[in-house]
Write a protein that binds this ligand. Structure first.
Ligand code: ATP
Ligand code: MG
Length: 428
């Protein structure tokens, strides 16, 4: 026998039994983005490697060791996108969308990082993200954070996540703080792990982002960036907090929150949960006022966030495992002969055209009605429509409720359409 080829490690199939949940979450997110005036943008999965090097930063986990980089047939270095912000900036710049304009955008899709696969951490994963360009004030920071909060709220997850915020200040303030930090960590070299020692010279702020529990103590006692912020950033941060409080949104200030990418400035935030072990960050975001210029555009304030979809769905499954109906079918249509199948084929389309949103599965492949009833039951459909010998002669069909004890009805096609219009529930 020929060997079966398996998927690449850390790259998952999403099976039919799971896609319903994905569609549900994606649907809710799309609705919320639209209701906040955000427009969808789509861009390629592959970009020039240079884009990520220049934006994410050379001394980051992503660029140092996580990117899928390859030479294409023209010997050009390309990479599978490890994140979306750089792509979004590239696309908006390339098409002139940032020229004296405010843009509220959202996008969703797969991303690729060569990490050690574990629960909530994969080599292909999905993000659903929003970005705003052209606004510098704390007002939009508040709006963006409230949008991310609305997503958790609508999914019934608000009680399972905590919002953490911090400010990284301006580039100048960070440079000054960097000196204090390097001095502190140099004094505590013995407590640093290998990664952190390496970062001490190149990118000491990233030490604060370490996931190593052994590093927690030395990080907690480190000087705080918040104590070295410039006046304007402090005022920005204070106003943001006041907006969030007035909106009734609970949050924690986490002075160690720095985020893994180089391009952030001022506001950063994460939504974390204690329900997913070490992979507790479900959504992360922040302001990146320098990035557009870094990628060749005019200075443009910008900010955004990204939800890790696998983590969001894992959390949803954990918190409310049965809340999402997993069948999209209303009707299972069965027939018992060639003649009745031909009628069924037409009837199914007639009903779909008459009853908006109606989902009908037409049984194919023959077999006894008894067998078809078993399949209908398993399909999760609410109703069975039966076209047997008798029905084929009279032009009437039978309708049976598969989920409730109710007498079977015999109806003509118009009465049937009327009945279904009134009785079927709306599905995704
Ligand atoms: P982490 O600290 O968990 O490594 P990150 O800071 O690298 O996350 P971002 O680059 O900010 O993550 O990506 C945004 C979101 O995407 C994260 O908050 C997380 O939910 C999700 N995410 C990131 N990397 C992965 C991955 N390898 N597998 C699954 N989800 C991921
Ligand atoms: Mg990471």
């Amino acid at each position: 026998m020929t060997e079966i080829i398996q998927a690449v490690r850390g790259m998952n199939d999403i099976l039919p039994s799971e896609t319903y949940e994905w569609q549900y979450v994606e649907h809710i997110m799309r609705q919320l983005y639209q209701s906040h005036g955000y427009q969808e943008i789509r861009f390629p999965i592959v970009e020039k490697t240079e884009l990520f090097k220049r934006s994410i930063g050379e001394v980051t986990d992503i660029v140092e060791k996580e990117m899928y980089t390859f030479l294409d047939r023209n010997e050009e270095s390309l990479s599978l996108r490890p994140e979306g912000t750089a792509c979004c900036v590239r696309a908006t710049l390339e098409h002139g969308l940032l020229h004296n304009q405010i843009q509220r955008l959202w996008y969703a899709g797969p991303y690729f990082r060569h990490e050690r696969p574990q629960k909530g951490r994969y080599r292909q994963f999905h993000q659903c993200a929003a970005e705003v360009f052209g606004l510098a004030g704390p007002d939009i920071d508040a709006e963006v954070i409230l949008l991310s909060a609305a997503i958790f709220e609508k999914l019934g997850l608000s009680n399972n996540v905590t919002l953490q915020i911090n400010s990284l200040g301006t580039f100048a303030a960070r440079q000054q703080y960097r000196e204090h930090l390097v001095a502190y960590f140099t004094n505590h070299k013995a407590d640093l792990d290998e990664d952190s020692l390496r970062r001490l010279d190149k990118n000491p702020l990233r030490i604060l982002d370490s996931k190593n529990p052994a590093m927690r103590q030395v990080i907690e006692n480190a000087p705080k960036l918040l104590d070295h912020l410039d006046e304007e950033s402090l005022a920005h941060f204070a106003t943001l907090q006041s907006y969030l409080k007035q909106a009734g949104l609970r949050f924690e200030v986490n002075p160690c929150l720095v985020r893994g990418l180089d391009y952030y400035s001022r506001t950063v935030f994460e939504w974390v949960t204690d329900k997913l072990g070490a992979q507790g960050t479900v959504c992360s975001g922040g302001r990146y006022d320098g990035l557009v210029e870094q990628l060749g555009g005019k200075p443009t304030p910008a900010l955004g966030f990204a939800f890790g979809m696998e983590r969001l769905i894992l959390l949803l499954q954990q918190v409310q495992p049965t809340s999402i109906a997993n069948s999209q079918l209303h009707v299972y249509l069965m027939t018992d002969s060639d003649t009745s199948f031909a009628i069924g084929l037409k009837l199914a389309n007639y009903l779909r055209s008459q009853v908006s949103g109606l989902n009908i599965l037409l049984h194919c492949g023959g077999g006894s009605l008894k067998n078809q009833f078993k399949k209908a039951d398993k399909s999760g459909a609410e109703y069975a429509i039966i076209i047997g010998e008798e029905e084929a002669k009279t032009g009437l069909v039978s309708l049976k409720n598969l989920r409730k004890e109710m007498p079977q009805q015999t109806l003509d096609e118009d009465k049937l359409a009327e009945y279904l219009k009134l009785h079927v529930s709306k599905k995704g």
